[in-house]
Ligand binder design. Sequence first.
Ligand code: NDP
Length: 250
Amino acid sequence: MTGLQNKVAIVTGAGRGGRGIGQACSEMLSSAGCRVVVASRTLANAEAVVAVITANGAEAMACSVDVSNAESVESMVSATLDRFGSVDILVNNAGITRDNLLMRMSESQWDEVLDTNLKGAWLCMKAVTRPMMKQRSGCIINISSVMGIIGNAGQSNYASAKAGLFGLTKSVARELASRGVRVNAVAPGWIDTAMTTDFSDEMRSRILERIPLGRVGSPEEIGAAVVFLCSDHAAYITGQTLVVDGGLTM
Ligand code: NDP
């Protein structure tokens, strides 16, 4: 048994029109038995994912949220508690890129990425902490990136936010461990989603050369890591980062 049956999971950034990591996490947590709150900026995108889940006979709820806004995050958690009565799992997946070389990067490009990718995760964790502490159980997954480990030219904002998630993960894992709440990070390498479709052919082949397994990853390969870390199979794992990158950063 995975212990995921009937658990309530919030997945942020889960409503991409194309196939994103959040959508894969939502569908795979649902297949594992969870009731899923599919949360994204664009409600229609979240509703489309909910339609897929409910067509398979499972329960899910669409929710519009801006993770960089505290009020919006609090109403997402309230709506979850109203509908399902608890929140057991939070997957902080919402993320954006605003790439530019440091010399050319604007302050707003820095702020937007930090506000969504780092502060957004912090706000969502803060909002679920009380219900999770009260029920003395819970599981939080922060979707970071290998760029937070190795850095990337043109992504000083993104890499900083993703590196920040490692410190956030460990600090909150220490704060909440005694209350039965586990907090871990997943660091994907290059995953085939809308975020990476704009890469030029030259950039693609340069990156592929550096991946020992010789291919990009799929959203489902990140979903599998998330489902594992949320399950009872990972009951003794907290404060860790699971790198899923085809060997890129070994
Ligand atoms: P996508 O761009 O496909 O999806 C990102 C999702 O985040 C969208 O649903 C988007 O909503 C949502 N979002 C953006 N801003 C906000 C916000 N302020 N509030 C709520 N939702 C928001 O990305 P991926 O699926 O590729 O990436 C998912 C996560 O994985 C990100 O955190 C990314 O940094 C990380 N990652 C991805 C890698 C890759 O190679 N793809 C590699 C490493 C990490 P909307 O559709 O409404 O815009």
